[in-house]
Design a protein around this ligand. Structure first.
Ligand code: FPP
Length: 260
């Protein structure tokens, strides 16, 4: 077995069987996740919604660790959308508090494991104490090379595209005829990251919810009924196994040698 997975995957477990089906040399470089269903997970158990978010943050930890052990290079998590502000004040405050606690507690883990933290979204509107932590941990981890953990916070895909257009229009020296997809991508929040190969959404919803609209043009989409607090390494490994069974043609035919 892959050395980093020893002690993490129990021999003979369902996870072990899934790992054995994986071609570790053909894993996605970038996995993006729409974490959904914390509220419904809690409701099903007659618990407050906040409890769903608390257990959901354990899934966050396990998914980060699994990606790192598999040597996946980029993991993007949709942790707070622009629409999330519409929720009750107390729930919004809890989400930010959980993130702040995560950053305060896990910063050493991020450093020790060579993880790099990056934030995409409109950081200016995030509560100051959280923003300070984000800036601190981004700075602390900026030279790390193993896993880049991208947190989408106060993020909206359409806003990101509008911001890119605004910034392009400010470029006095740009010849607009030279603008192409590649150049446009460099004005997005994700300029330094490859596009996601795999987009996962939990809780059985078939929507992209304004997430990475430009970047998921060719991503494989994998949806599970499982609510986010129950999404752990087993579900991630299943998504990866299914991903590897798919053919990514990027609009071409397969096999490409069949071109006349
Ligand atoms: C979706 O469930 C989840 C969120 C809006 C937030 C995700 C946040 C966490 C897991 C907390 C901690 C985050 C980090 C990065 C440490 P929902 O509330 O929309 O569920 P519902 O659709 O069932 O109501």
């Amino acid at each position: 077995m892959f050395k980093d997975l020893e002690d993490f995957i129990k021999p003979g477990s369902e996870e072990d069987l899934l790992v054995k089906q994986l071609d570790l040399s053909r894993l996605p470089r970038h996995v993006a996740i729409i974490m959904d269903g914390n509220g419904r997970w809690a409701k099903k158990r007659k618990l407050p919604r906040i409890e769903g978010h608390r257990v959901g943050s354990k899934s966050v930890r396990e998914v980060i660790e699994t990606c790192a052990r598999l040597r996946i290079e980029f993991l993007t998590l949709y942790a707070f959308s622009k629409e999330n502000w519409k929720r009750p004040k107390k729930e919004v405050a809890t989400l930010w508090r959980l993130l702040e606690e995560y950053l305060k507690k896990e910063d050493k883990v991020l450093v020790k494991n060579q993880f790099r933290l990056k934030v995409i979204g409109e950081i200016g509107d995030i509560p100051l104490s959280v923003r300070k932590e984000l800036v601190r941990v981004e700075e602390l981890t900026k030279n790390n090379k193993r896993l880049t953990l991208v947190l989408a916070l106060n993020y909206g895909g359409r806003d990101e595209i509008v911001d890119a257009v605004k910034n392009i229009l400010k470029e006095k020296d740009m010849d607009i005829n030279t603008l192409d997809e590649d150049k446009f991508s460099r004005y997005l929040y994700t300029a330094q990251f490859p596009d996601p190969d795999l987009l996962i959404r939990t809780s059985g919803e078939f929507r992209v919810s304004n997430f990475l609209l430009w970047q998921i043009a060719y991503s494989e989409i994998w949806i599970t009924e499982v609510f986010w607090p129950d999404f752990r390494k087993k579900q991630l490994l299943q998504a990866l196994v299914d991903y590897q069974k798919r053919e990514r043609r990027f609009g071409d035919i397969h096999p490409p040698e069949d071109h006349a």
